[in-house]
Design a protein around this ligand. Sequence first.
Ligand code: SF4
Length: 369
Amino acid sequence: MAHALAEQCLRDGTSPALQTGTSLQGVEVNEEMVWAVGQYLSACRGLKQEASWFDIEQYVDLSDLWSDEGETIPEPMFGTADFMAYHDDSKTLYIVDFKYGAGVLVKVDGNSQGQYYALGAYLAMRHKLDIENICIVIVQPRLADEDGVTRRSWTLTTDELMDWAKNTLKPAVEKIDRGEVEYVAGTHCRFCRIAGECEKLYDFTLQSAKDEFDDLDTSLLTNAQLAEVLAKKELLEIGLKAISEEAQFRMETNGETVPDWQLKPRWSNRKWKDENAAADALKLLGLSVDKIYKVVLHSPSEIERLLKIGGAPNARQLISPHTERHVTGQKLAPELAGSAGDEFDDGLDGDDQPDGGRDTPPVDRDLQK
Ligand code: SF4
């Protein structure tokens, strides 16, 4: 829904804050969504100011890549680019992709999806604009990278883009068309639409579980063996999640039976049916007002967002004298993994960073050049 809100605000020039509390396609527009969309809009509107051409949610397709005589595109290849803008002075076409998710950090350098959209945009506009460079911009406001950056960009030349298109993308698509498909299970399976039905992922999950957990006595494992199992942890979790979702889908939607498993109601936490009526009743039971109600201060990141929505440009600095953070313990993390994403697992809100004292707002590396 964040995308729908962003598109609407880009088209009509309004502020997403005006939509706070409303419902968009059945989903409530909350302050976090408003803030994140605002970050994306600020990137697009900044690019738009200098642009001689721009477009919003433009349909792009890649059929021109198979335009040589006798060639036909094996499969329809198309998509919608969130936002594009062209700058005459640098002969650069910007392709902006809004990522609202906060679970997985989307890197920009070498990003295949970004190049896919960039290619579609370039093929569509190359006869109308004098494009020498392509700048792919990913705006992921709710998840900063290890440098604290939420607006990441990567510039490549059109020659480099076409080289990737002709020598990487095109052969790969043609290989798939010939049926020479090699399924490789990896963390990318998390985004795969057929993960719940994929034999490769199923085999991997089952085999790994057998390998690692048959007659498992963790105390006998060497440190190297512990590391080996941990390396498969993420993929195992993806595989198990996909299998569990598939089983639930078959039982719930198709009425099928999965041996030894059943569907049980998922209960919500208890809540007051009518808060005012409950408070009155509790008073009659002898509880004082201060025992019945509690006033809770919003978290620093929530306050920071509210300040930003209210127009404070240096919200983080304004509240930093009143904030602190402590190491509360240690957790296991892969040495080479980007640390930013892992830190958010601890329940930190939005852009609260593992900054070690860095108290500056996220910066935009390439766009500042
Ligand atoms: S789930 Fe299967 S098809 Fe999907 S990405 Fe993983 S290996 Fe490939």
